[in-house]
Design a protein around this ligand. Structure first.
Ligand code: AMP
Ligand code: ZN
Length: 479
């Protein structure tokens, strides 16, 4: 079997993947915080995890992946209170939307998708364990982890805790490295806030404890892989290590994988900055699920992914190229026989594809292996050096690639229909609309009204409404 190497944030180098349980890889993934719809930055990270799990499975490994849903935290409590409903009711609809979104993107469901609020008892038990070990203290009804008692604190994010003021606390779930402090495991109830009556007192869990409790419950004390976006390394994952290793005395995670961010106009896409697109925003603009899947997986996870319109157009064209190639293989007539050279060429592509992914899930290398093969075989077909029996072999290779890439199923319209988008809307992508608008403006300028009218008719047929503004600019939307 091929040696898989992954970049471990803990050691800051590439390490071979050696599962604790031979033949099975146990992965914990920090899932969505369901106080709003996930944006495509979030899906960048979830897509990386999908490619990872699909690749491991394609190599004959079993995968046991647990993803949590954070359905209680500061933001959820605030948003639910503002909406005047309970947190469970508030988060239900976002969980449903998340599951629909990952289905649209062909992201496989993890073996376990678990809600924090279903695991309060597990968190309480873990906090009790930390109490027994003398790693906590209580202040005004809240329980804190005393990081001075855990000398390894900082080993993941490499922060220096030497000069820190002992006993300084932080109560919010999210904070920066400069604020490295004793963090809340359990928060005393505040007036009007949702709380649980438990053995450790009334209150609610801090954000970090849920992941330690649920990861160890389903996957054991030591996991093979823990994933998340880079923003989670500190404080969230650092605190998970402190909680888990503090309680068990064993290594919590062998390999930490962190995905770089999806950025837009130079900034991280995020809810708080307001510079985000949800998946459905993109569908409403006419983009297909497979296009977004391609776009999100095409950039290796340790590189930032710059989100642009051109990137979308390229992703759509590349996906179409793959689909057209398979159609050609399946429908074209070739002379009988087979040629050993073609078999060799296909095998090389298969090896290069696996080697790319085994090298820290380098999707750019893997895609290059596929497109090089597409180019070479197209050339062979044009030259007549690709024969009947070569075709099913090439189709089999493309299908094998697709176990990981999941781009070939021509089901975009079906996926869109499930989410209430009509397939017609998906037909013309935003970039195409904009290019045609420019062409129409140019046609009008040179008084070619026939062409301008043709384009307007084309838009009408495709369900696109144009609005000519007074200043000469043109706005458009889908009907
Ligand atoms: P959240 O719902 O905020 O807890 O985030 C869910 C996942 O998305 C986490 O792994 C985050 O690190 C990740 N994430 C958030 N923003 C981005 C972004 N712009 N690009 C990539 N991943 C992100
Ligand atoms: Zn987490």
């Amino acid at each position: 079997m091929i040696q898989i190497r992954l970049h471990n944030t803990l050691t800051n180098d590439l390490q071979p993947l050696v599962p604790v349980h031979p033949g099975e890889v146990r992965i914990y993934t920090c899932g969505p915080t369901v106080y709003a719809s996930a944006h495509i930055g979030n899906f960048r990270t979830f897509m990386f995890q999908d490619v990872l799990r699909r690749f491991l499975k394609s190599q004959g490994l079993r995968v046991l992946q647990v993803m949590n849903v954070t359905d209680v935290d500061d933001r959820i409590i605030q948003s639910a209170a503002a909406a005047g409903i309970g947190i469970r009711e508030y988060t239900d609809k976002y969980i449903r939307a998340f599951v629909e979104d990952i289905d649209a993107l062909h992201i496989q469901m993890p073996e376990e998708l678990v809600r924090a609020t279903d695991h309060i008892e597990d968190m309480v038990a873990l906090i009790e364990k930390l109490q027994t070990k003398g790693l906590t203290y209580t202040s005004e009804g809240s329980i804190y982890f005393r990081i001075a008692k855990f000398p390894a604190y900082g080993k993941l994010s490499k922060i220096d805790v030497a000069g820190m003021q002992a006993g300084a606390r932080v109560d919010v779930d999210q904070y920066e490295k400069d604020d490295a402090r004793d963090f809340a495991l359990w928060k005393a109830p505040k007036p009007g806030e949702h709380f649980w009556e438990t053995r450790i007192g009334p209150g609610r869990p801090g954000w970090h404890i849920e992941c330690s409790a649920m990861a160890m419950k389903y996957l054991g004390d030591t996991l093979d892989i823990h994933t998340g976006g880079v923003d989670l390394a500190f404080p969230h994952h650092e605190n998970e290590i402190a909680q888990s290793e503090g309680a068990t005395g064993k290594q919590f995670v062998r390999t930490w994988l962190h995905a770089e961010h999806l950025i837009i106009e130079g900034q991280k896409m995020s809810k708080s900055l307001g510079n985000f697109y949800t998946l459905r925003d993109l569908f409403a603009r006419g983009h297909k699920p497979s296009t977004i899947r391609y776009l999100l997986l095409s950039v290796p996870y340790r590189r930032q992914l710059n989100f642009t319109e051109e990137g979308i157009v390229q992703a759509r064209n590349s996906t179409e190229r793959l689909r057209n190639f398979v159609t050609r293989l399946k429908t074209a007539q070739f002379p009988p026989g087979s040629i050993a050279e073609n078999e060799k060429r296909i095998e090389k592509a298969e090896n290069d594809f696996d080697a790319g992914l085994a090298d820290d899930i380098n999707t750019a290398m893997a895609l290059a292996a596929v497109f090089d093969l597409v180019r070479d075989i197209n050339t062979s077909m044009d030259r007549g050096t690709f024969l009947q029996q070569d075709a099913p072999r090439a189709v089999a290779a493309m299908e094998k690639f697709d176990d990981v890439l999941a781009l070939l199923a021509d089901d975009d319209d079906e996926k869109l229909a499930k989410l209430g988008f009509s397939p017609q809307k998906a037909r013309m992508a935003a970039a195409e609309v904009e290019a045609l608008i420019e062409e129409r403006q140019a046609a009008k300028k040179r008084r070619d009204f026939k062409r301008a009218d043709e384009i307007r008719q084309n838009f009408a047929d495709s369900g696109i409404l144009l609005e000519d503004a007074k200043d000469g600019s043109v706005r458009w939307k889908y009907k």
